[in-house]
Design a protein around this ligand. Structure first.
Ligand code: GLU
Length: 282
């Protein structure tokens, strides 16, 4: 059943991508792209600003992380050089609206593909498979989901991580929902919360920061499957198909693996292999 669904998705994607190639044309530089001042030569891309290794605004104003590298590669394939990208912060709870309103053309922000979100936006990908995990203080005895009941747990509003806590992982935990994970990490360090939960990819990036070295540990639980997709405005199938082609190329020419090593290597994050386009792991 699962396999059949995945095959059908892949087949549809193939048909659509062939159609798009046959039709040609390029409208990726119109509408939501462009600076709004009539220039039309920029693309606005939504990322996270506070997630080391994935999407981070550095003190010098530059941007780093796996999502940034994937988005930069994709933008190039869409016809935009790196200096034509305008990065926009899209927090977890703002992503669907940012796409619907046209604030950004695409979003690469640890954005899991879910059925609920697919009702509002379209996704290309997936381009990474992560798993929900817990980050706790090094001396904590919290080691599994049920240890969280009655404990203070931090996650982010509008994330699948917070939703999963309510639904399955620890409905009796005292969940604090902040607007970004960096606030949760500050809470963990100060003792305001007992644990932070989100994707292992994100937690590993924080744990490896110099200022936190040795202070935190990941529980190593695979509490969910998070299939990262690139969000696009609902109905913009043409852009979805172009991004899927770009992502396939990024994997086949070795750039995906290079970006993994560069961004996850320092955090010692053991990532899953590159996912196949259209293959959502439930
Ligand atoms: N990947 C999960 C999500 O899209 C959690 C990380 C995030 O909030 O960006 O909700």
């Amino acid at each position: 059943m699962k396999l059949r669904k995945a095959t059908a998705v892949a087949a549809t994607a193939l048909v659509l991508s062939v159609t798009a190639t046959a039709c040609g044309g390029d409208d990726s530089k119109s509408s939501a792209s462009g600076s709004g001042s009539g220039g039309g030569d920029k693309i606005k891309i939504g990322i996270k600003y506070d997630q080391p290794g994935l999407g981070l605004k550095e003190p010098d104003g530059s941007f780093s992380g796996f999502d940034v590298d994937v988005a930069t590669y994709v933008a190039k394939e869409l016809g935009y050089d790196a200096d034509q990208i305008e990065w926009v912060e899209t927090k977890s709870a703002d992503r669907e609206n940012a796409l619907s309103r046209g604030d950004v053309k695409i979003i690469a922000a640890t954005y899991s593909i879910t059925d609920e979100r697919k009702a509002k936006v379209d996704f290309a990908g997936p381009y990474l498979l992560a798993h929900q995990d817990l980050l706790v203080k090094s001396d904590s005895d919290i080691s599994k989901g049920t240890d969280l009941n009655g404990k203070k747990l931090c996650s982010v509003t509008g994330s699948t991580s917070a939703q999963n806590v309510h639904d399955t992982i620890a409905p009796k935990a005292q969940l604090r929902e902040y607007s970004g994970y960096s606030e949760c990490i500050a809470g963990l360090q100060s003792g305001a919360v007992d644990a932070v939960t989100t994707d292992d990819s994100i937690l590993a990036g924080f744990a490896a920061q110099d200022k936190y070295k040795g202070q935190f540990k990941l529980a190593g639980l695979k509490l969910s499957n998070e299939n990262y997709g690139i969000g696009v405005k609902k109905g913009d199938t043409k852009t979805v198909n172009k991004i899927n082609t770009a992502l396939e190329k990024m994997v086949s020419d070795g750039s995906w693996e290079k970006a993994v090593e560069k961004n996850f290597g320092p955090a010692d994050y053991k990532n899953e292999p590159a996912p196949k386009i259209g293959n959502i792991v439930k």
